[in-house]
Design a protein around this ligand. Structure first.
Ligand code: SAH
Length: 253
């Protein structure tokens, strides 16, 4: 039986997911609240990821070990790096790299020692499903956000991108830093703080993993001024709608 883990990076996103689950029960492990229940007939365990690679890896490990999660999806926000990746767009990751991992010269830059890998791929089927759901939601963004919110945040024709997402224990908020990341990893579309860690845990356990990130800022000096409002009024609504769309199209077990 499929047990779907949903890791939300933000409280507001998790609250929206919990509001959609009719029967969730709270189980506390490792200081975290895991919410076990159902959503659209699927067995779901929802949890706040916590911020940063180690915290997110711990949360993911508990989901897999203790709750038998065998499909894991992450939602959150990220800074846009790729040209054309704008605030209000959605990035569906097809692979993850830790941009702050450097064991050179012993291993190539970014490679995780003993894995022989720098990049951990998203699960192709899960990624395709989430990409389709994201496209359906963004095609009718006004329905999910309201025309007023679209106008207020100046979101015109938001797009879905698919590509590399990079993770590190740093909130990237200067142009110098985002420029350096673009130079070092030119194929990266977005930067965040958890995805590559969770992808590595899922790789270890052989569990399908995919992630969807709403772009909240451009990882530069002009980072979004009203981050919390953007999370509440844009990102958490996208996450809820994308997850709901995805689950509604997924065959029940
Ligand atoms: N100021 C926020 C803190 C956000 S921490 C608050 O008040 O809560 C950053 C979270 O957003 C992490 O989950 C990270 O994955 C993501 N994120 C968004 N933009 C980012 C950026 N530019 N660099 C790194 N992580 C980013």
């Amino acid at each position: 039986m499929a047990v779907i883990g949903i890791m939300s990076a933000m409280h507001e996103e998790l609250a929206a997911v919990l509001a959609a689950m009719p029967d969730e029960q709270r189980v506390q492990v490792a200081g975290r609240d895991f919410w076990v229940g159902h959503w659209q007939g699927h067995s779901v365990v929802a949890v706040l990821s916590r911020i940063g690679k180690v915290a997110a890896a711990t949360t993911a490990t508990v989901l897999l070990e203790r709750f038998g999660v065998n499909n894991l999806v992450f939602t959150g926000v990220a800074g846009g790096l790729g040209s054309g990746v704008r605030v209000g767009d959605v990035v569906v990751a097809d692979g993850f790299v830790q941009h702050d991992l450097d064991v050179s010269p012993l291993f190539p830059r970014y490679e995780v020692p003993l894995y022989g890998l720098a990049r951990f791929d998203a699960h192709p089927a899960l990624l395709a499903q989430l990409r389709a759901a994201s496209g359906q939601v963004l095609a009718d963004a006004a329905l999910h956000l309201g025309a007023g919110t679209l106008a207020e945040f100046q979101l015109s024709a938001p797009r879905v991108h698919q590509g590399l997402v990079i993770s590190g224990d740093r909130f990237v908020s200067t142009s110098a830093e985002s420029h350096a990341l673009r130079q070092a990893l030119p194929e990266a579309l977005a930067v965040e703080m958890e995805g590559a860690a969770v992808a590595q845990v899922c790789h270890d356990y052989g569990v399908p993993f995919a992630a969807v990130r709403t772009i909240s800022d451009r990882a530069d000096d002009t980072a979004h001024t009203d981050f919390r409002r953007f999370i509440r009024e844009v990102a958490s609504r996208y996450s809820l709608a994308i997850l709901s769309q995805w689950l509604s199209q997924r065959a029940p077990d």
